[in-house]
Design a protein around this ligand. Structure first.
Ligand SMILES: [Zn+2]
Length: 454
């Protein structure tokens, strides 16, 4: 009996046939993908017709998308920060009002709905930049990780993978103590943060990682303890993210306090590394670009957020050319559409430089998939190849948005609404554009946002 025949009789093995699949060497027609009981890809066979018992995946099949930087609870701010001039300060005031209201239950409810929205948008793995650790006034919950565990549960319910970027947040500005709602972020010092985080454990769909909120929120003398906490016994480092030079005011404060740019400060303290992601990296000097690229630190660009909060346009192409892998994040979740983030990367470069074609479509796909997963500590995901996790997404090519596009350019035309099927570890989470685990994600979002505002 052939290996294939044996597989057909094994109900734990599933076989999918893709009209077109984005393999590591490019878009390929007629691809059979066999998924083993461990949720990994057992076989990839290109150039074949669909066989009996194989489930068809329509349109273009890509590796699942990695949303590298998210603040789930900011989703409740969508469409609520544009009155009274819609300034950054209006946005921040609303964000703190929201943060003050969250408890583990409402955090879980809101995040579940947001992660369901992400699944519908093709996201199979999200990096949650989490700093809302404690209760009102900084009071510890019975489980000091109750808020982080609420996010684990939310991702489980929504059917996607989560990297918890548990974030150290110790000061309101350089030398400025936390006050008001910010006291909910406070672990006292990096050692206190590390002790709390050490009680969190990975599972099959959840990995623990770290964040330094920014050079404003963590004193430089605390960086070494954070890097130590992310370093395994064998020297490997778990992912670490920080907001970096998002606004010019951060650079000015850092120069005034330390005499160097935020990037130089991180480099001088041994933070920059291939396991680290700098988020935004908008206002950089040429030396900053060289330090980030030379250390192979990744850069997570969040174009829809950066334009919404009027950050500016960072030197994305220069960072890539210097050696930094680019990834994408929905950040404040005012938009949850990884196609829009990917196009934003290219379109912002076009506006800034007056040139088209600053990024090849394949580079945008790499940012959405393989680089994003690597930055979140899932090197087994983000590629359609034998041994990788069977985390796949199929994109319709017959919608009013995508009809007539060349399949290899579908990323330049599709939207989140064009996701047909989403598999995580070979298991369907979205099919025919519907979430299979959550009946009405839109209703759930309405209720969760209402509940968040009270
Ligand atoms: Zn952020």
């Amino acid at each position: 009996m052939s290996a294939r025949r044996q597989r057909k009789q094994d109900s734990s093995v599933t076989t999918w046939w893709c009209e077109r699949a984005w393999l590591p060497h490019g878009l390929t027609q007629g691809v059979r993908i066999v998924v083993g009981e461990d949720g990994r890809i057992d076989e990839v066979t290109p150039g074949v017709q669909p066989g009996d018992g194989e489930t068809r995946l329509r349109g273009v099949v890509l590796p699942g998308f990695a949303n590298v930087h998210s603040h789930a609870f900011h989703r409740a701010l969508r469409g609520r920060t544009h009155d009274s001039g819609g300034t950054f300060w209006m946005w921040r005031e609303r964000m703190y009002a929201l943060a003050a209201r969250m408890d583990p239950e409402s955090y879980c409810d809101l995040a579940t709905a947001v992660y369901a929205e992400m699944a519908l948008a093709g996201v199979t793995c999200v990096g949650e930049f989490h700093y809302l650790h404690h209760g009102p006034g900084g009071a510890r919950y019975g489980d000091p990780n109750a808020m982080g565990e609420a996010l684990r549960e939310a991702a489980r319910r929504a059917g996607i993978r989560l990297t918890l970027l548990d974030t150290c947040y110790l000061s309101a500005g350089i030398g400025v103590p936390l006050e008001g709602v910010q006291r909910r972020f406070d672990d006292g010092d990096a050692e206190g943060w590390a002790n709390r985080v050490s009680a969190l454990a990975d599972d099959a769909f959840f990995r623990v990682a770290a964040g330094i909120h920014s050079v404003r929120a963590v004193p430089a003398d605390q960086f070494a303890d954070i890097v130590d906490a992310t370093t395994e016994a064998d020297g490997a480092r778990r992912p670490l993210q920080m907001h970096l030079s998002e606004q010019r005011s951060e650079n000015a404060a850092c120069l005034a306090a330390y005499g160097v740019t935020p990037t130089r400060l991180l480099a001088d303290h041994g933070v920059l590394h291939s396991s680290v992601s700098a988020v935004h990296a908008t206002h950089l000097t040429p030396e900053d670009v060289a330090l980030i690229g030379g250390s192979h630190t990744s850069t997570c660009i969040c174009p829809t957020t950066e334009r919404d909060v009027a950050d500016g346009i960072g030197p994305s192409r220069d960072l890539t050319d210097a050696g930094s892998s680019l990834t994408l994040g929905t950040d404040q979740n005012a938009v949850v559409d990884l196609f829009e983030e990917a196009r934003g990367l290219e379109m912002h470069e076009r506006l800034a430089t007056g040139d088209r074609g600053r990024f090849a479509v394949s580079e945008l796909v790499d940012a959405m998939t393989v680089y994003g997963h690597a930055a979140l500590g899932w090197p087994e995901a983000g590629r359609v190849e034998v041994g990788a996790f069977a985390d796949l997404v199929s994109v319709r090519t017959d919608s009013v948005r995508t009809a007539g596009v060349l399949p290899e350019q579908v990323v330049m035309a599709a939207s989140a609404a064009d996701i047909d099927t989403l598999l995580v570890a070979g298991r369907p989470v979205v099919q025919d554009g519907r979430h299979l685990l959550i009946e009405h994600p839109g209703h759930m979002l309405v209720e969760a946002v209402d509940q968040a505002w009270g």
